[in-house]
Design a protein around this ligand. Structure first.
Ligand code: PBG
Length: 325
């Protein structure tokens, strides 16, 4: 009988042995918590399709920023939910608009102890729900949108964002935001570019989270799920335009793109474990079909193992609390 001479099982025999040889670690400092802050509400409003996630009031959000800092998270990524929307998304440029006041609150609360990041996109602010303004035929107008993004970047930096995250997938968005920030004296503001962002069905719960009024889809600006080379093209363009960090989104269904991009750029790579990914896990766990904590650990570890340096996840605070214990 030929018994095996090489026995990989030897290194799996106990928790201590497995800990010794674990190749991938998740640290609180690598996790970013996305948060929703709503205008005109007095109590946090639960988001049914994202169990445990709420639309915060400015006050409850402040507590969450302090908690995130105490947990040693890498940062918070803020999304604003305005009371009124219009075709131009003008709430995005208003220094008193919900996202901008939330950024200021966050900086007042945490200073430089926690990185304050902001979504830089118009979909939360437009009544048609698109990420940009529309032309006279109802198409998303790339270059008219860029002019607004440039101003938005400056307003967000002036409100307190350490990091801005252009997420609208307009061509040239990183370049115009970088130029506008530099010109306004914000050369230290970091750009986390949503470089490879797909037209994904997994964004479903997010639409509820921001009260989106989107009709139709985003297929003329977000990427086709069939394409991988195109993700590399997008990431390289963003780096050339001045992105400090590039992101892949969604994460799980696009894990193959993380090592692809990681091996072609020298900047940090982030991945966003999005609303639909968390909703699937929460729904299955609520039915008793999977072990919730083990599944969460496995999902986030797999995104790190694929090569993401940074992970955006709605479970960031919960995970950090578990890691710190
Ligand atoms: C655009 C934006 C979206 C998400 C983050 N930024 C929605 C979209 O592009 O349709 C989705 C995040 C998630 O689903 O968790 N502002």
């Amino acid at each position: 009988m030929a018994f095996p001479s090489d026995r990989p099982r030897r290194l799996r025999q106990s928790p201590a042995m497995r800990r010794l040889v674990a190749e991938t670690h998740v640290r609180s400092s690598q996790l970013i918590l996305p948060m929703f802050v709503a205008e005109g509400i007095t109590e946090p409003r639960p988001i049914a399709s994202m169990p445990g996630v709420v639309q915060h009031t400015r006050d409850t959000a402040r507590k969450a920023y302090a908690e995130a800092a105490a947990l040693g998270l890498g940062g918070v990524m803020l999304f604003g939910v305005p009371e009124h929307k219009d075709a131009q998304g003008s709430g995005a440029l208003d220094p008193d608009g919900i996202l901008n006041v939330a950024l200021a609150d966050a900086r007042a609360e945490v200073g430089d102890d926690l990185l304050v990041m902001s979504d830089l996109c118009l979909d939360e602010f437009t009544d048609h729900g698109h990420c940009g303004v529309l032309d006279d035929q109802g198409r998303v107008d790339n270059d008219a949108t860029l002019e607004i993004y440039a101003q938005m970047g400056v307003v967000q930096a002036e409100s307190g964002a350490h990091v801005v995250g252009p997420s609208g997938m307009m061509d040239g968005q990183v370049g115009v935001v970088r130029a506008a920030l530099d010109q306004a004296g914000h050369s230290d503001t970091v750009i986390l570019a949503y470089a490879a962002k797909y037209a994904s069905a997994f964004y479903g719960p997010f639409r509820e989270a921001i009260g989106s009024s989107l009709q139709g889809d985003r297929k003329t600006y977000q990427q086709d799920p069939a394409n991988a080379r195109e993700a590399l093209r997008e990431a390289l363009l963003d780096v050339a335009e001045g992105a400090d960090i590039v992101m892949v989104k969604p994460a799980l269904a696009y894990l193959d793109l993380i090592p692809l991009i990681r091996s072609h750029v020298t900047v940090p790579v982030a991945a966003y474990s999005i609303s639909g990914e968390m909703a699937m896990v929460e729904a299955a766990a609520a039915n008793g079909w999977i072990d919730r904590e083990r599944t969460i650990d496995e999902v986030i570890t797999s995104i790190r193992r694929a090569g993401a340096d940074i992970v955006l996840t709605y479970w960031a605070a919960e995970l950090a609390a578990r890691l710190n214990r």
